[in-house]
Design a protein around this ligand. Structure first.
Ligand code: SF4
Ligand code: SF4
Length: 84
């Protein structure tokens, strides 16, 4: 299962994860007091959010999902990945 874990106690609300996300998965809540995950179905698993987080408090966890048939078939469809 794909999961994005955010340690809100360490998050400084810089918004880099939101800016770096190519899909509309992440955003602040209305009061802009917390980063929320809106739609994980749109996630491209690019890990940009994790890479750009200066506090290392966001983790894209696809360790369990990686083992699934769905993930393997998705990787095969990515350009330059999988078998030709
Ligand atoms: S992994 Fe990529 S697409 Fe998914 S939430 Fe992070 S930046 Fe957005
Ligand atoms: S990049 Fe990290 S510290 Fe910045 S808002 Fe996102 S989770 Fe919080």
């Amino acid at each position: 299962m794909l999961e994005i874990q955010i340690d809100h106690s360490r998050c400084n609300l810089c918004g880099h994860c939101i800016d770096a996300c190519p899909a509309p998965c992440l955003d602040f809540d209305e009061a802009e007091t917390v980063v929320q995950i809106f739609d994980l179905n749109l996630c491209l698993i690019c890990r940009n959010c994790e890479i750009h987080c200066p506090k290392d408090c966001l983790i894209v966890d696809f360790s369990e999902w990686e083992a699934t048939r769905e993930f393997r078939s998705m990787v095969r469809r990515m350009p330059g990945q999988g078998r030709s």
